[in-house]
Design a protein around this ligand. Structure first.
Ligand code: UDP
Length: 429
């Protein structure tokens, strides 16, 4: 198949850990690559956020990233990008020309708008392009949890429902999302589940292990935004101290730059102030952004990886921890309920419950044999279920459902003519 991915704010080429660069970037990058490995011809359209980016970057055989001029050529918070979706659709339609893809796959609600717009315009010209949508996060859920703090455009909720109802097929990433989609009026017959995956070559149980500064270590990884619940993990560290455990350090990975750069990050400052107030600052390390290649050594150094979000559309970090053979303590929310099996690959805690997180960590520290067993089970689980090749196969099935067929349309891959390519500008996938 010829597949166009649209990911307006989350480029597969971006560095991770900043406020708007996390799981969606990983998902689009790895899914596109795995689909290309399966022989599909994949183009990812993303917004140009830097004037020096080349127009097109061929990252791998069958995979190209195209930067579209849509809004200012600089970083713009994703909550401000809605006005530029028309320009994004213009760029996509212009790039397609006469040679439209079989599938346009929108990632996040705004990309869904651009994908539907581009497909509609192709339709007016007599060319059929089917639209598949993955939301990654839902405005309804965000509003429920963030209330007045929610900075999404007010139109998000109604436009998102429109995208869900108009797409030929919607790919949910977890079972919880299926219920949310039903409540939005998306017919169940047009919804299937394809979770996120994990890079099983990079995240492995064996390999370098970062040295600890204390006897025990817990690690949390995520964008430094309040809803990731890093403050709850700091509170859990305090609660552990009260349980007689002051031999545990907490390493927090994430943020827009290195640890020095976190001086200007208000969320990092809030977390360090909290750690000082709770008298655990000497055992909390804010590491800032850690590159993909260095992350496995940090995960392997943990007795447990703790994921304590208020809500979580999917959550790739637990898969990365499991792939490294490390047990996960997870808030029982969203995708974490599917990925982390309570008592088998880790332990669940109720949402926003620092004492329960502390109790789960304490239980693992008290029983290293059990912790090892949970880690090993986690590794087996990701091997069996969460390779990107498997996720790509599931996604391909969703594409075939959108096409109303069980086999790809013939010969479209051969119709594509090669285009000249520019250099990658030093960025790596
Ligand atoms: N990540 C990273 N370095 C960082 C912070 C995050 O590589 O400094 C990665 C993390 O390993 C995971 C992704 O960013 O692959 C975050 O995805 P997740 O689904 O857990 O959360 P989201 O960002 O989608 O809310």
């Amino acid at each position: 198949m010829r597949i166009s991915m649209v990911s307006e704010h989350a480029s597969p080429l971006a560095a991770l850990g900043g406020v708007d660069a996390g799981g969606q970037n990983v998902h689009v990058a790895e899914l596109s690559l795995a689909l290309a490995r399966r022989g599909h011809d994949v183009t990812v359209y993303t917004r140009r956020d830097d004037p020096d980016l080349p127009a097109r970057v061929r990252t791998d055989p069958g995979l190209e990233v195209v930067h579209i001029d849509a809004g200012p050529a600089r970083a713009v918070a994703k909550d401000l990008l809605l006005p530029y979706m028309g320009a994004l659709a213009d760029g996509i339609v212009a790039d397609w020309g006469q040679d439209v893809p079989d599938i346009v796959h929108g990632h996040f609600w705004m990309s869904g708008l651009a994908a539907l717009d581009a497909a509609r315009r192709a339709g007016h010209a007599g060319r059929s392009v089917r639209v598949v949508q993955t939301f990654h996060a839902l405005g309804t859920v965000k509003r429920r949890h963030q209330g007045v703090e929610d900075t999404s455009p007010p139109e998000r909720i109604s436009l998102e429902a429109m995208v869900g109802r108009s797409a030929d097929h919607v790919v949910a990433t977890c079972s919880d999302e299926v219920f949310e989609l039903a409540a939005m009026g998306v017919p169940g017959r047009r919804v299937s589940i394809a979770p996120c995956g994990v890079d099983l070559d990079l995240f492995t149980p064996l390999g370098p292990v970062e040295e600890r500064n204390r006897t025990h270590r817990i690690v949390s990884v995520g964008r430094l935004v309040p809803r990731k619940g890093m403050d709850l993990v700091i509170r859990a560290l305090r609660a552990l101290t009260e349980l007689g455990r002051n031999d545990v350090e907490l390493v927090i990975v994430g943020g827009a730059g290195n640890s020095a750069g976190l001086q200007d990050d208000p969320e990092a400052q809030r977390l360090m102030t909290l750690a000082a107030d709770l008298d655990v600052a000497d055992r909390v390390v804010l590491r800032g952004q850690v590159s993909r290649v260095k992350l496995p050594a940090v995960l392997r150094s943990a007795d447990a990886v703790v994921c304590a979000p208020w809500y979580e559309p999917f959550g790739i970090v637990p898969l990365e921890a499991m792939a490294c053979g490390v047990p996960v303590v997870a808030a029982a929310v969203g995708g974490l309920v599917d990925t982390v099996v309570d008592g088998t690959t880790g332990l669940h805690a109720p949402p926003q419950d620092a004492p329960a997180i502390a109790a789960a960590i304490a239980a693992l520290l008290a029983d290293p044999a059990r912790a090892r067993e949970l880690g090993e089970n986690g590794y087996q689980r990701v091997l069996a279920r969460y390779s990107w090749d498997r996720i790509a196969a599931d996604t391909e099935t969703a594409y075939l459902a959108a096409l109303g067929t069980t086999a790809p349309r013939p010969s479209t891959a051969q119709q594509r003519t090669a285009r000249p390519l520019e250099s990658t500008g030093g960025r790596a996938l």
